[in-house]
Design a protein around this ligand. Structure first.
Ligand code: GLY
Length: 360
């Protein structure tokens, strides 16, 4: 299987490297882009027993000094308490400005380790080693770092690009089914945004044999968006397709529903709302195939609806980052491969959700 590389032209510029066996080669690969330094690996209690030793051995063989911080796995750890423990750990380990943090794990680890790197000494380098499909296709690329607050998801964070992303696809082949499906939701989101061919490939499910190609296509699309709009002033808002409702579902469930599952339901609800509210232009109507997004969501083993009522979802979305004053920008699929931003008064959000809430 070949190794694929996507270059991201931000500051810093970096490569997203995708392929099998990369964790075992991480030392040699990181040595090409970083000076030999103290590498503080941040990982969780699920990932550490699987991959930490392999990563440590590879980094140490290449000449890096390695220390590791392991936190309890789960979205419940993505908070100030864990963040402050990571920061204290970096200080105890006496990391300096020329050292580096390595995020080894899924979206929670990447977001939180990235934020620790952004805060510690006002910013040290960090690298991403995603071990879930969700982190591989979305969260490890683009430099969004965050923790959750009680009021909602990812509400405290920073934009900080990594120095490298090493995506070892071997890690993804043994993921539990629901964790794999979680990442498939973000890949499907990318397909709805930009890639009709990818969507067609995913309509019957996501096969392991497609992984390298799917991740590379998601990373390439995201790299382009982030290069043009790193701080989410415009185009990058498109990447939030399904996320206003998705984050609201996560919050209503007290974060027991995983991110990708919530986004999948949010995506299906927005697709139904778009159609039912007559938001499609005549041209888009010809391209929009009723129920196609919903069916794809379901064929990936993901939910296309939610038990939480529209009022509760709209209420939960009031603390959404995408809100600006009394308006909120939502992402509307106008055909497979093209979406648009639509800014609506916050007071209308409930009726939009209502329009797409029920399964037809
Ligand atoms: N996950 C959306 C973004 O990175 O902008």
């Amino acid at each position: 299987m070949s190794i694929q590389t996507i270059h991201v032209r931000t500051d810093p510029e970096y490569d997203v490297t995708i392929g099998p066996g990369l964790l075992g080669e991480c030392g040699a690969r990181l040595k090409e882009v970083l000076p030999l330094c103290h590498m503080a690996v941040v990982t969780d209690s699920n990932v550490a027993p699987l991959y930490l030793e392999r990563v440590k051995t590879s980094l140490e063989s290449a000449g890096f000094r390695v220390s590791a911080y392991v936190f309890p796995a789960g979205e419940g750890s993505k908070n100030f308490d864990t963040l402050s423990k990571i920061l204290e750990f970096l200080a105890e380990e006496q990391l300096t400005r020329t050292d580096c943090v390595a995020a080894l794990g899924g979206g929670v680890t990447g977001d939180m380790a990235g934020l620790a790197a952004a805060l510690y000494l006002r910013g040290v380098k960090y690298v991403q080693m995603p071990t879930t499909l969700l982190a591989a296709v979305d969260s490890s690329v683009g430099g969004k770092t965050a923790i959750d607050l009680r009021a909602g998801k990812n509400l405290a964070g920073a934009f900080m690009q990594p120095s490298a992303v090493l995506c070892d696809t071997d890690c993804l082949k043994t993921l539990p089914r629901h964790v794999f499906a979680d990442g498939a939701a973000e890949a499907l989101k990318t397909a709805v945004l930009s890639d009709e061919r990818l969507f067609a490939q995913m309509e019957d499910g996501l096969k392991v044999s497609m992984l390298e190609e799917v991740i590379a296509r998601c990373a390439a699309y995201k790299a382009g968006v982030v290069e043009r709009d790193e701080k989410e002033q415009g185009e990058r808002k498109l990447l939030n397709l399904g996320h206003t409702v998705g984050h609201a579902i996560e919050k209503c469930s007290d974060f027991t529903i995983p991110h990708g599952h919530a986004v999948a339901a949010g995506l299906a609800i927005m697709a139904r709302a778009t159609e039912n509210l007559g938001w499609l232009t005549d041209e888009a109507k010809q391209c929009f195939e009723e129920g196609r997004i919903e069916s794809a969501v379901e064929s990936l083993g993901l939910p296309s609806s939610t038990e939480y009522p529209p009022e509760a979802l709209a209420q939960a979305a009031l603390s959404d980052k995408k809100r600006a004053g009394d308006s909120i920008t939502i992402v509307v699929p106008s055909k497979i491969g093209r979406c648009e931003l639509k800014t609506i008064p916050v007071s209308e959000l409930c009726s939009v959700i209502e329009a797409g809430w029920a399964l037809e």
